[in-house]
Design a protein around this ligand. Structure first.
Ligand code: ZN
Length: 573
């Protein structure tokens, strides 16, 4: 903690709109550990109050008010942060992310941000060289699927670079994978192999030969032959993900798919004092969990052993469908390029209703993956069935992704109290939507994609999630896109349905108090109010005073959890 009392300027009234009704009464002689002075403090309390200064003591918010009021909390040992007009917000909440898997993949052979096929193949070549001594499998992730027609790259591209070792590369959507001929051979996939349930082996239209692209469960046919992920791999991955979260001002995450080895890893990091994000762990129900070699019911029954001061295991993840590329997302109306196919739900409705009703009765939150409008409807139907069976409960269920919502279903989020967890970074007219999705579903449905504004206007709770490492973890970049609906990189031209834009207030709530509500710790964090944990982020600019298309470039200066600084830019002060 930096001691900066020399920089403290007494009582400078920088903010006219300061709400003094919510400040602490004058306090006698309990100096705070730390005060923030002279900033634009947006508290995100129910009145959306502004303040200038905050006192933190014993890891909690002790007072919120004007510079003069907070001055009363300064003693000889009080650390003083002069904000000089910088913005202080509650720490960000990322309500759908994969810190552990994302971190693990980032430390592997990663193709993130490579924007040409040549660049990806060069990286494959260099990864192969680096791992030449160990040999065996070459595993990588995050190749940009929109660089390939139909999101469907060919095995021969990989064979030309690595002919002798099996290669398996996970795509940027997390649902498609790309294998070379050797990997297909090891997995026993050939022309005669049928598509597995809920999976697609992409094939050459004339020969029927597998192309090397595998969707959803078809990827599992190869995955099961990969070398086992070690406990050390997981630990290093989670460390990486947590550090990245803190650097983006994130103090709470919902890990959107965990198995028991992941829960063990979170607990280990908490025990070593390194878990600097509050973590809600959503246990993945279904085949992937079982593929990890663990038994869902046993782990569920014993899950509280992994709970801790910063770990909450009261959440379940259900995948309702897949993704549009490869037609595994479930649609109400047919795909346009596939003879009447609509995709399929991963569960019959009856099974889904039973599952959700059961988990709801057990006090567990259900977090769903739903991309297609049929999947969204099935999810909402299941939450309605649970409410009818159990009565209203306070489990704060939510659905993530929501690429297509039928207009009739938009009001149901508010009616059923189901949160809408969007990934705003996906709501741009990029190659993924314009080159891959548009031929699949046509312009009318493309124009309805990611309807954040519609759900918000219908009274639904808007929540923010990055789905890192599918896309950037930076909440400010996502907030910018929710306001603009255009590509922050400038590569893609135009706007994806301007009518679905929302305002800054909505998005700040999505990434703070709404996230805290969804993670069921809004009594503890999510706003800057007396008695709450000092989970805070300092931004270099007041976001309300800059153009929307500059929000994503604003730098995080400092991140604190429980009053401890867990990230700080060198340039601060
Ligand atoms: Zn995800």
């Amino acid at each position: 903690m930096r001691r900066l009392s020399a920089l403290f300027i007494l009582g400078t009234a920088l903010l006219a709109a300061c709400d003094t009704s919510r400040t602490a009464p004058a306090h006698d002689a309990v100096p705070a550990d730390l005060v923030f002075i002279g900033g634009a403090v947006y508290t995100m309390d129910a009145e959306r109050s502004w303040a200038q200064a905050v006192a933190v003591d014993a890891g909690k918010i002790a007072a919120v008010g004007t510079n003069a009021e907070i001055e009363a909390w300064i003693g000889p040992d009080t650390g003083i942060v002069e904000l000089s007009g910088a913005m202080l917000l509650p720490g960000f909440h990322d309500s759908h992310t994969h810190p552990l898997d994302g971190g693990r993949q980032a430390l592997n052979c990663s193709f993130v941000d490579l924007d040409s096929v040549e660049a990806i193949l060069d990286k494959v070549r260099s990864c192969a060289l680096e791992s030449e001594e160990t040999g065996g499998w070459l595993v990588g992730s995050l190749w940009n699927i929109s660089l390939f027609p139909g999101g469907n790259p060919h095995k021969e591209l990989l064979d030309a670079v690595v002919p002798d070792r099996p290669v398996f590369l996970i795509g940027s959507d997390g649902h498609s994978s790309w294998a070379n001929s050797r990997a297909l051979e090891v997995a026993g996939i050939d022309r005669g192999t049928p598509d597995p349930p809920l999976g697609v082996i992409e094939r050459d239209a004339s020969t029927g030969e597998p192309t090397g692209t595998l969707r959803e469960s078809a990827g599992e046919l190869v995955r099961r032959h990969l070398p086992e992920i070690t406990a050390q791999d997981r630990l290093e991955g989670l460390r990486y993900g947590v550090r990245m979260a803190n650097a983006f001002g994130i103090t709470s995450v919902l890990d959107a798919a965990v198995g028991e080895p992941d829960m063990i890893t979170y607990k280990a990091l908490e025990d070593s004092g390194e878990l600097s994000v509050r973590s809600v762990l959503a246990m993945e129900w279904g085949t992937n969990f079982l593929a990890g070699g663990t038994d869902f019911e046993r782990v569920l029954a014993n899950r509280t052993q992994y709970d801790g001061p910063r770990i909450d295991t009261r959440a379940i993840k259900l995948f309702i469908d897949g993704v549009l590329e490869g037609h595994t997302a479930a649609l109400l109306d047919p795909y346009l390029d596939s003879a009447g196919a609509r995709g399929t739900l991963n569960f019959p409705q009856e099974t889904l209703d039973q599952l959700v009703t059961r988990f709801d009765a057990e006090g567990l939150q259900v977090h769903m993956h739903a991309i297609g409008d049929a999947a969204v409807r099935a999810g909402l139907d299941a939450f309605e069935a649970a409410r009818d069976a159990n009565g209203p409960r306070d489990n704060r269920h939510h659905i993530s992704h929501l690429q297509l919502i039928h207009p009739d279903d938009v009001p149901r989020f508010a009616e059923l109290g189901v949160g809408a967890t969007f990934q705003p970074l996906w709501a741009i007219p990029d190659a993924f939507i314009m080159d891959i999705n548009l031929p699949e579903v046509g312009p009318e449905r493309v124009n309805r994609m990611y309807p954040i504004g519609s759900v918000q206007r219908a009274g639904g709770l808007i929540i923010g999630g990055s789905d890192w490492d599918v896309s950037s973890m930076n909440p400010l970049l996502a907030i910018q896109v929710a306001l603009t609906r255009s590509d922050p990189s400038g590569v893609a031209q135009g706007v994806l349905n301007a009518a679905e834009r929302v305002d800054l207030d909505t998005m700040l709530a999505a990434y703070t108090i709404n996230g805290a509500y969804t993670m069921r710790h809004d009594a503890l964090t999510g706003s800057i109010e007396i008695g709450k944990a000092a989970d805070l982020v300092v931004l270099e600019h007041n976001l309300f005073e800059i153009p929307a298309d500059e929000i994503g470039d604003v730098r995080v200066l400092r991140t604190l959890i429980d009053g401890n600084t867990v990230y700080q830019r060198d340039s601060l002060q």
